[in-house]
Design a protein around this ligand. Structure first.
Ligand code: AMP
Length: 419
């Protein structure tokens, strides 16, 4: 085999090493805690699905048409790596037919073949909740507020919540007609890309970030003027509910979001300190037709996906939720033969403490250096004298105080020092 060539993580992907990896995991833990205290249960679905699951999300959705990682298995099945989590969870809902309302949360990687840049990757993690089986606007309030409380729990203070009412599916054709008429009257002023999008789904044109489209998009009719009275009333209830919880928001009439399935309440969380094109730290909304699209009975639902990577960038920006210093409690220094360290580490770990050690019979000096670098507050030291006496030295690395402890009392004395 040819040797020598080395490899890097594929374009648009990143390796997360300590402490950033631990930080991302902690973030998911904060979310899990909040979601579970709100009655959402963890659901784990495969990272790939039948391609058709995602194709049902709509042919004007870039995430589906342009960015999906699709492949054929050896058995001839056409599959896709998931580009988002909602479709998989709704597929699981239809498959398992659980009692409603079904409150599910999950965390996991998604895959989109996008042009990579800071905050935009080809593999990225999201945390997500879905509340399926009720159209109650109070459920919308709960879900939106959960996202808000999550950012709050991380310490983020500069997150802006944008909220819109996209109306029901039945409201959509009238609005689409109005949009078509608006853009069709000014086709020359529209970018070529948006002209193509216009044919497939005029709503998507509102998402255009192309400067040449900006004026036309700004002058476009707003969906709020085309929604049913019922949807409008529900939207009022959502706003009242959020105000009662002191969750601040801005109604943003042109917020349509990148996925076709949204109806009624639709929202986005923006990191105020992030660059405008990459400022969405999370978003979601109602998808009252999606369960049916995926073969289930007509069932309303609402949920969101929050980007882990981008949320952490927002945390960097605000200097909150720092990476935890991963440290064990004790570093065991063994200058006898290394086997004492093995036994002591095992004992300490079995008693619930964190312990680490060095290898390869390094010198006392080298091992003490490792101990210092490990961040452990305490060191347990075994040299020839301690070995002969059946003792160990316990050193507080914070104060440099050291004492000799009987071998059998190590765990207890460590516990005392840590408390
Ligand atoms: P979406 O599923 O497109 O509604 O996105 C929800 C959230 O996921 C966004 O607000 C971002 O925080 C995050 N996200 C989406 N796409 C990417 C990506 N390519 N890289 C990193 N984060 C992403």
């Amino acid at each position: 085999m040819a040797a020598g060539r080395s490899f890097r993580a594929p374009k648009g992907t990143r390796d997360l090493l300590v402490p950033e990896s631990t930080r991302a995991r902690r973030l998911v833990e904060v979310f899990a805690d909040l979601a579970e205290r709100s009655g959402f249960g963890l659901v784990v679905t495969p990272m790939f699905e039948e391609l058709d699951v995602f194709l049902r999300l709509g042919e004007a959705t870039d995430v589906v048409t342009k960015e999906m990682y699709t492949f054929e298995t050896k058995g001839g099945d056409r599959l896709a790596l998931r580009p988002e989590l909602t479709a998989s969870l709704v597929r699981a809902f239809v498959q398992h037919n659980p009692p409603t309302p079904w409150k599910a949360w999950c965390a996991g990687f998604n895959f989109r073949y996008e042009r990579p840049q800071k905050g935009r990757y080809r593999q990225f993690e999201q945390v997500d909740v879905e509340l399926i089986g009720t159209a109650d606007p109070q459920a919308d309030v709960e879900v939106v507020a959960l996202g808000w409380r999550f950012y709050e729990a991380l310490g983020l203070r500069r997150v802006a919540l944008k909220l819109n009412d996209l109306g029901d599916r039945a409201d959509r054709p009238r609005y689409l007609d109005a949009l078509r008429a608006h853009f069709a009257g000014n086709l020359d002023a529209l970018s070529e890309q948006s002209r193509l999008t216009l044919e497939k789904n005029p709503l998507r044109v509102l998402d255009s970030k192309r400067p040449e489209d900006a004026d036309l998009v700004a002058a476009a009719p707003v969906i709020g003027d085309y929604v049913s009275d019922e949807s409008a009333a529900a939207f009022v209830e959502v706003q009242v509910g959020l105000r009662a919880l002191d969750v601040p928001f801005t109604v943003t009439p042109r917020l349509v979001r990148g996925l076709d399935y949204y109806t009624r309440t639709t929202f986005e969380f923006a990191g105020v300190g992030l660059g405008a094109s990459q400022d969405a730290v999370g978003g979601g909304g109602r998808y009252d037709g999606l369960v049916e699209d995926l073969g289930g009975p007509a069932t309303p639902g609402i949920g969101f996906g929050l980007g882990v990577d981008r949320t952490l960038l927002a945390c960097d920006e605000e200097g909150v939720f720092p990476a935890p210093a991963p440290a064990v409690d004790v570093f065991v220094v063994d200058v006898v033969d290394g086997s004492h360290a093995t036994v002591l580490c095992d004992e300490l770990r079995r008693s619930g403490l964190g312990a680490d050690r060095a290898y390869e019979g390094r010198s006392m000096k080298a091992q003490m250096k490792k101990a210092g670098a490990s961040g452990a507050p305490l060191a347990v030291i075994v040299g020839p004298d301690e070995d002969a006496d059946g003792t160990v030295a316990v050193r507080d690395l914070r104060t440099a105080e050291q004492s000799t402890v009987a071998r059998g009392d190590v765990v207890e004395s460590i516990r005392k020092l840590l408390s």
